[in-house]
Write a protein that binds this ligand. Structure first.
Ligand code: PBG
Length: 308
């Protein structure tokens, strides 16, 4: 009764990778227990998510083909669009969020088309808006722009509204740091930039005030949910955001944070279950209302077991 923070399966959003080239699932080597799914396997995985009473998923796509403009990201037949339609056909109640970015879809691996050696911000806005609209039309409840382009929330919100998609929420990756903790994800999503890095558009880890400024801007642009990412090394940023802003805060417990615990657990160096639950509890204690985590399914099981 005196416990101040209670972790629950209702806090979790489960990220899923869907790969249009696959016919059966493939485990991601640096993320034991996490797979890239074939489109045909999506309904099965979703049934498990539902059985574990996890309220939301976040869908990432790996396209058939990549090109300079990332065109499969905004194709109505794109992998995310197809996955969302498949999920919504079976489970209309499950909250479906989608990642809105171009880096998995461009052949150079950057988050938008390149001009003169850098990502063209405003041209990218148009493509992100098209992507968000096509996800929303496929049935996504939440679109999550993660490209860190200036003005992306405003561009997406106004495009959604213009198309009558007023009920689609925007969850902005507002405070997204240029972090080495994304390593395993980039392997999973095959989105390692071919040259350079993302430091011109992602945030510098030493900065917290800048994160607050980014979040304030996104709220003004119409973000319904704001995100801090990664989570574990940025608990102070989550906490500062919680104290200052009134919108729901999502925290992304990213791939590298998952991989560390898994690796240490497999080596017998840490008690994986206890450490994972401790970390997730800490993220909630810091102030996150939504925890995006690859541990979602396992943690839901562990919490269920602990309750009995
Ligand atoms: C795409 C994107 C990334 C992640 C989520 N969306 C990678 C990146 O910016 O390189 C990382 C998620 C994770 O590490 O779990 N822009």
């Amino acid at each position: 009764m005196v416990q101040e923070t209670r972790l629950s399966n209702l806090d979790f959003m489960y990220p899923m990778f869907v790969d249009s080239r696959l016919t059966s699932r493939e485990e991601i080597p640096s993320m034991p227990g996490i797979h890239r799914f074939a489109l045909s396997e999506v309904p099965n995985e979703i049934a498990e998510v539902k059985a574990l009473k996890i309220p939301a998923v976040l869908i990432f796509g790996l396209p058939e083909r990549k090109d300079a403009m990332g065109s499969e990201a905004y194709s109505d037949d794109g992998v995310v669009q197809r996955a969302v339609r498949a999920i919504k056909k079976e489970e209309s109640e499950l909250v479906v969020a989608t990642d809105v970015c171009l880096c998995q879809y461009t052949d150079h691996g950057h988050c938008g088309p390149i001009h003169n050696g850098t990502v063209a911000n405003d041209e990218t806005l148009e493509l992100l808006s098209r992507t968000a609209v096509s996800h929303a039309k496929a049935g996504a409840d939440i679109v999550g722009p993660s490209a860190m382009m200036d003005g992306q929330v405003k561009a997406i919100r106004s495009e959604l509204d213009e198309r009558g998609l007023h009920d689609t929420l925007v969850m902005s990756y507002s405070a997204k740091y240029a972090s080495a903790f994304y390593g395993p994800f980039r392997e999973a999503a095959e989105s390692v930039p071919r040259w350079g890095d993302r430091r011109s558009y992602q945030m510098d880890p030493p900065n917290r005030k800048e994160a607050e400024r980014e979040i304030a801007l996104d709220i003004r642009e119409g973000a319904d949910i704001v995100m801090v990412k990664p989570a574990l090394s940025y608990l102070d940023v989550i906490s500062a955001a919680r104290a200052r802003f009134d919108v729901p805060i999502a925290a992304y417990n990213v791939s590298g944070e998952y991989a560390m615990i898994k690796a240490a657990g497999q080596n017998g160096w840490l008690d994986e279950r206890r450490v994972a639950l401790e970390v997730l509890t800490a993220i909630k204690r810091a102030g996150a209302s939504i925890i995006i985590t690859y541990f979602a399914k396992e943690a839901a099981r562990w919490l269920e077991e602990a309750a009995h």
